[in-house]
Design a protein around this ligand. Structure first.
Ligand code: SF4
Length: 290
């Protein structure tokens, strides 16, 4: 999608909550990933597991939608196949999470807890509902997928399903809420046609010895979307201007681009400011004036 109201910026061909967060977390990592398209040295096991678990949840909910939750053993099989598939593309770094067998054991415990959890009554409208909308003129379109859309008696409910090391604190619930605020924008028309408000919820399954499933309903102020629009515009302008600032911190320990990051630092030390001024990484394609 690219009309008079949208722009194409290399690295930001579309916006998504995760892509904006990736830029905010470390600009240099964003550049390596989305602009330079450097192959990652590995996939952290926690990330690979999250993707695999999510695929199992998707299969389970698709089963529920047609009347039958698949057995846990089948869902663990989905996790195993996903890990194998991911490993074929890029090696999985299992160091912090044990090996593959430990992850499959964890998946079995978590899926057992999640499938037995008393799900709120409601009609499933969609599983992995894809959306695309324009947040503001001049911005690339926002795209995403909502894990679960249900119709309950008093609301259309958007649910995102997460795995977590432990139960979320109120601070963590707050930190995650911006993602669902974006999702609400994507379905507000559909909900209005159904004559119901939109409710936002997270379903969180802990990766603990005895997994716990909890549902958090998100309440956010109406001006939250304005804030996200402003942040997206700033990120777009920064990417367009070639500003990619590294953010050294705890995330560096599991960064798959730590090698290129060191190279970048060495080049900077050798060449000084000229290096950063001359290596503007991408030519901008703008369909709309700034
Ligand atoms: S090693 Fe750290 S600073 Fe460097 S790109 Fe990765 S996250 Fe960013």
């Amino acid at each position: 999608m690219n009309d008079m109201n949208t722009v194409s910026v290399p690295g930001l061909e579309h916006l998504s909550h995760s892509r904006i967060q990736a830029y905010l977390n470390c600009g240099l990592k964003f550049r390596f990933h989305y602009i330079d398209h450097l192959r990652p040295a590995f996939v952290p096991a926690a990330l690979a597991y999250g993707i695999a678990f999510h695929e199992a949840v998707e299969e389970a909910l698709a089963g529920v939608m047609v009347g039958a939750m698949p057995p846990v053993s089948d869902l663990v099989g989905v996790v195993a196949r996903s890990l194998d598939q991911q490993e074929r593309d890029v090696p999985i770094q299992y160091a912090d999470e044990g090996g593959k067998d430990a992850l499959l054991e964890l998946a079995s415990r978590m899926l057992t807890a999640w499938t037995a959890w008393p799900r709120p009554a409601g009609r499933i409208l969609a599983v992995e509902h894809s959306f695309e909308f324009v947040l503001a003129p001049g911005l690339p379109p926002v795209v995403g997928r909502i894990d679960l859309v249900t119709e309950e008696a008093d609301a259309v409910v958007l649910t995102d399903i997460k795995t977590a090391k432990s139960r979320w604190s109120s601070r963590e619930i707050d930190e995650h809420s911006s993602q669902l605020v974006l999702y609400r924008e994507a379905v507000k028309q559909m909900a209005a046609e159904m004559g119901k408000p939109v409710r936002l919820a997270y379903e969180v399954i802990t990766k603990t010895k005895t997994p716990v499933v909890e549902r958090y309903v998100i309440e956010r102020a109406p001006d939250e979307l304005d804030r996200q629009r402003a942040v997206a515009q700033l990120v777009r302008r920064a990417v367009d201007a070639g500003i990619f600032i590294p953010q050294p911190g705890w995330a560096c320990a599991t960064c798959p681009w730590a090698g290129p990051c060191r190279e970048w630092g060495r080049k900077l030390a050798n060449d000084g400011d000229q290096a950063t001024l001359q290596e503007r990484p991408c030519a901008t394609t703008v369909a709309l004036g700034r």
